[in-house]
Structures are given as structure tokens and as C-alpha cells.
Design a protein around this ligand. Structure first.
Ligand SMILES: NC(=O)c1ccc[n+]([C@@H]2O[C@H](COP(=O)([O-])OP(=O)(O)OC[C@H]3O[C@@H](n4cnc5c(N)ncnc54)[C@H](OP(=O)(O)O)[C@@H]3O)[C@@H](O)[C@H]2O)c1
Length: 264
């Protein structure tokens, strides 16, 4: 029987590309997000804001009525934020944590009974290279993704007896709607960071819009679904693999020097 896969954030970018790719390969795909994809799609869809507990529970009940089990959960919904730590209001920090962290915790918790009904379930969390390399003027994004890595590691140990495998995919720059949807720096009077924030954001936006096609992440996810053993964390593309290795072995001060040169 074809595997049943639920993808959050399936209306755009990595989630949409993954849902379409897996569906074209014969997987039964269920997409969720707050809006429908703006392009043609051929998978089941439920509107759901993952930051709204009542809506998540209601959506998962609707899914349970239609599907006996779920084999793979892909937590791809997400958003970005930019601006100096000093300038960012706590409400914006809460907003990004609500989507990038609490939303995934909520969807995962609610879906676990259905995942347990699968013989070999998998949970794939979309994190970011920025989880391991903290970016200036994107601190709260890096922090939210580092939380997802920690969540992935702990969850994987807790779910081992149920044979549910957990993995975080850490993409680098990917060309999606993410750049346009990123929260812009909060405007404050006498901003001491204007020029540096602008430079950092322009650089980031340019890198993303010249970035990798999301289909490469979709294909990586397909390989992870097929594999018996999966890593706890993985990335896509030689340059991002090299960046992760350098980050692991170089002294932190040297890594910080290069990151500051690029984005600081
Ligand atoms: N693009 C990159 O360079 C990059 C790099 C590394 C990691 N990532 C990560 O990859 C994931 C996907 O991002 P993307 O690049 O594909 O960006 P995207 O094109 O902006 O897609 C984001 C998706 O998340 C959904 N979403 C946002 N808030 C939501 C909410 N409250 N409830 C339900 N769905 C919500 C959006 O759908 P609706 O608006 O319809 O709700 C959309 O489908 C994110 O976790 C992001 O952090 C992206």
C-alpha cells in the first residue's frame, strides 16, 4: 500500500514542492496550511493554522476520519524574521516561535496516535543551516530552528520504542516565497542598526533568491522516506555539507568572523 504522508506548509515553497513530488511518485499526500496552493495540485488538502490549538485538533480529527494511519509527517511550515535583537518587540519573537516551534510541537503531538498506527513511521522536521550557525539580524529565526534540532533529537529517543524515526533536514538558501514572507525589521527611532540590518537582509534575500530549487529538498525527503536508517540531522548540497563540517571543526571565533563579514 502507498505510504500516507502529511506535509505542513504545503501551500508554498519546500512544502508544496515536496507534496507535489511525493504525490507524483504515488504517495498519498495530505497538505495543510492556512491557504490553498496557488498552483495546480493533486493531493488532499485541509486548511489549518498550526498556531491555533483548536484548529489543529479539529483538523487532525477530520484526517483521522479519512485515514487509518499516517506513515510520514513532514513539518515544513515556517516563517522568517529579521532585525536587530535590541529593536525586535517580544510579540514578533512570540509570533515566530508560535509557527516555527510551538506549531510543530502541536502538530506532532496531535498526530502521534495516527503515526503510531503505522508500522514504520517517520517525522521529518525542516530546520535550517541557520540552526547551527547563528545569524546576526536573524537571531530569533536561528533560535527557533535550533529549538527544532533539539526537539528532533529528544523526540527521536522518546519514540524509539514505537519504531518512529525522526530527522531534521537543514536546508541552506532555497528559492521560495520565504524571502517575501519574512517579517521586516521593526522600525524604531534613532535606529543604531539601520545600515547593517539593511546590508544583512539584502545579502540574505539575494542568496535565497539565487538559491537552490526546492525540488532538491523534496527529492532528499523522498530518499529519507525510502531509507531504513536515517540521520538525526542532514543537509542538501555539497557547499552546505562543507559549511557544516567547517562549523564543527573550526574554532568558533573564526566561524563568527566569516559570518560577521557576510551578514554582520
Ligand atoms: N527558503 C529558504 O531559504 C529556507 C532555508 C532553510 C530553511 N527553510 C525552512 O523551510 C520551511 C519552508 O519554508 P519555505 O522556504 O518553503 O517558505 P514559504 O514558501 O514561505 O512557505 C512557508 C509555508 O509555511 C506555511 N505557514 C506559515 N505559517 C503557517 C501557519 N501559522 N500555519 C500553517 N502553515 C503556515 C505557509 O502557508 P500559509 O501561508 O498558506 O499558511 C507556507 O505554505 C520553513 O520551515 C523554513 O524555515 C527555508
Amino acid at each position: 500500500m502507498n505510504k500516507i504522508v502529511l506535509v505542513s506548509g504545503a501551500s508554498s515553497g519546500i512544502g508544496l514542492e515536496t507534496a507535489r513530488h511525493l504525490s507524483s511518485k504515488g504517495y498519498q499526500v495530505i497538505g495543510i496550511s492556512r491557504s490553498y496552493p496557488k498552483v495546480e495540485y493533486n493531493f488532499d488538502y485541509f486548511l489549518c493554522d498550526i498556531t491555533d490549538e483548536k484548529k489543529v485538533i479539529k483538523t487532525m480529527h477530520l484526517i483521522e476520519e479519512k485515514y487509518e494511519h499516517i506513515d510520514v509527517l513532514i513539518n515544513s511550515a515556517g516563517m522568517g524574521i529579521s532585525g536587530a535583537i535590541e529593536n525586535t518587540p517580544l510579540e514578533e519573537v512570540e509570533q515566530i516561535y508560535n509557527v516555527n516551534v510551538f506549531g510543530h510541537i502541536l502538530v506532532t503531538k496531535t498526530l502521534l496516535p495516527l503515526l503510531r498506527k503505522s508500522k514504520k513511521a517517520k517525522i521529518i522536521n525542516i530546520s535550517s543551516v541557520a540552526s547551527e550557525i547563528s545569524l546576526p539580524f536573524q537571531a530569533f529565526y536561528s533560535m527557533s530552528k535550533a529549538s527544532i534540532d533539539a526537539f528532533t533529537k529528544a523526540l527521536s529517543m522518546e519514540l524509539k520504542p514505537f519504531k518512529i524515526k525522526v530527522c531534521a533536514v537543514l536546508p541552506g538558501d532555497i528559492k521560495t516565497g520565504f524571502t517575501k514572507n519574512r517579517l521586516q525589521p521593526y522600525q524604531v527611532e534613532n535606529d543604531l542598526y539601520t545600515e547593517r540590518t539593511k546590508h544583512s537582509l539584502n545579502r540574505m534575500a539575494k542568496d535565497e533568491q539565487n538559491g537552490m530549487d526546492p525540488i532538491r529538498i523534496a527529492k532528499k525527503i523522498e530518499r529519507l522516506i525510502k531509507r531504513n536508517r536515517i540521520p538525526l540531522r542532514t543537509t542538501v548540497g555539497f557547499s552546505y555539507k562543507a559549511i557544516r563540517v567547517l562549523n564543527k571543526f573550526l574554532p568558533e571565533k573564526i566561524v563568527q568572523f566569516f559570518v560577521r563579514k557576510l551578514y554582520g
